[in-house]
Ligand binder design. Structure first.
Ligand code: ATP
Ligand code: MG
Length: 331
């Protein structure tokens, strides 16, 4: 059982990333062969600063390691270290439908909010993401709800490749958390909490100080009623109930029963306390890991080596099937 997922090194990672993705990466290490990737090549699809990128790759890596990724129990790599990702992207472009890329919500959202250049890379993002997963013949892709369309696209790419060139690629399945697959912006609960495009006050960062976390939950937007109940017309309250359930290790139904009649103030305070405690271990371990950039480089070097061993045979088979000379690992 191979599990693959990628995370962008853009900015600071937030509670949505942690609940929707990072905790599932950590758990995946015990269920199968986990392959986790800091996707720096994805980060250049929007305007960015090269020096800041180098730093935020380390920031993101340190968060993942502090959260419990163990480079001895999983493959932990930096995308740009392993050339197979980009080569496979181009090869798979021949079985990626232009019309499908045009339908991607993420491209529509992110291109609409770009004030300068809308890069072709932003449009082609899902093809690189397909190659990330397919290069490792991964079976499972743990991601948040927002990535469902991209996972469907990579399945189509794999199926089209296999139909056209023979059975070479594994068609992966997305796996989405049952609770917390889409954590919403606390200030604007109609939108997902996000690295790009969310409000500062509505985004809880994994490394936020307890005071900041408390303040953000205190000012969370709810609605005009008083009932603590999940419902489509109560997106703010639903979000808080879901967050509390995950952070406290309860079912959302239990949270509703516990706060029946106690109002939003008590709910907000309880969520803040639970989240502070939930994130504390990561924040405590982070600084020591982040400080040691040479150590992080060694982790990446080790990960790249293991990753290449897994991806090279796929590239060999894909190249041969498509009419190119196959290239064995190291050759
Ligand atoms: P951006 O807005 O720039 O795309 P992001 O906040 O979505 O950034 P990513 O690095 O793209 O961060 O996402 C990493 C993982 O976190 C993905 O699996 C994604 O589905 C998941 N994720 C992102 N936002 C949320 C959210 N609000 N709730 C649950 N999971 C999320
Ligand atoms: Mg994203």
């Amino acid at each position: 059982m191979r599990i693959f997922s990628g995370i962008q090194p853009t900015g600071r990672k937030h509670l949505g990333n942690y609940i929707g993705a990072i905790t599932h990466y950590v758990a995946g290490q015990d269920r199968g062969e986990g392959i986790y990737c800091v996707v720096d090549l994805h980060a250049i699809t929007v305007p960015y600063d090269p020096a800041a990128l180098r730093q935020s790759v380390y920031d993101t890596a340190a968060i993942l390691l502090a959260a419990g990724l163990d480079p001895e129990r999983c493959v932990f790599l930096r995308q740009s270290d392993v050339g197979e990702h980009t080569e496979l992207t181009w090869l798979l472009s021949s079985v990626t439908a232009y019309g499908d890329l045009q339908r991607m919500h993420q491209f529509k959202d992110k291109s609409a909010s770009q004030r300068e250049l809308v890069s072709a890379g932003l449009f082609f993002y899902p093809a690189l993401m397909a190659a990330d997963v397919l290069a490792y013949r991964a079976h499972e892709v743990p991601v948040g709800e927002d990535q469902r369309q991209h996972v469907e696209l990579m399945r189509d790419v794999a199926e089209r490749f296999n139909a056209r060139f023979g059975d070479v690629l594994v068609v992966p399945e997305g796996s989405y958390p049952t609770v917390g697959a889409r954590i919403m912006d606390l200030q604007n609960p109609e939108r997902k909490m996000s690295t790009t495009g969310a409000t500062e006050q509505g985004t809880v960062y994994v490394l936020d100080e307890p005071d900041a976390i408390a303040r953000k939950f205190r000012s969370a937007v709810t609605d005009s009623g008083t009932e603590v109940r999940r419902s489509p017309d109560k997106p703010g309250v639903t979000n808080l109930v879901d967050i509390l359930a995950v952070a406290a290790g309860q079912e959302p139904g239990e949270v509703e029963r516990e706060f029946d009649g106690s109002g939003y103030g008590a709910l907000k305070q309880a969520v803040a306390e639970a989240v502070i405690e939930y994130l504390a271990p990561v924040r405590e371990r982070y600084n020591e890991i982040r400080r040691d950039e040479d150590g992080l480089e060694r982790v990446f070097a080790h990960g790249a080596e293991k990753a290449r061993e897994l991806a090279a045979p796929t590239l060999h088979d894909v190249r041969e099937a498509m009419g190119f000379r196959g290239v064995r690992a190291g050759g």
